[in-house]
Design a protein around this ligand. Sequence first.
Ligand code: ZN
Length: 126
Amino acid sequence: MTSRQIAILALMAVGLLCAAGIYYFYDPSLDNFFPRCPFLTVTHLRCPGCGSQRAIHAILHGDLATAWHFNAMMIISIPLLAIYTFAEFTRKRFVRLYQALNSPSVIWTIFAAVMLWWVGRNIFGW
Ligand SMILES: [Zn+2]
């Protein structure tokens, strides 16, 4: 790992800790300073990310069931984001993992899952 990558990881860690602090101490359901979803505001339909802020607040308080209720896709994507971050920073060492995660079939599968989630949550209330 290069010193540049270490610096980027350190900045990401600081950013994540700051965001976690904000989402721990402030409830997006109650506090108005959190940004509202522009897609929801304009269309009155939920986007794939709607409920993520409330889900993060619930996770940080150990309430996984409530977090799942607010946005299940966000819960599922957390380990996926961790794997992608790991693969990005170790792509020279684990070339096959990086290539597999960034293959067109995996990218299209993720895209299809997000589209299915987007449509499904507005039709079936997921
Ligand atoms: Zn939204």
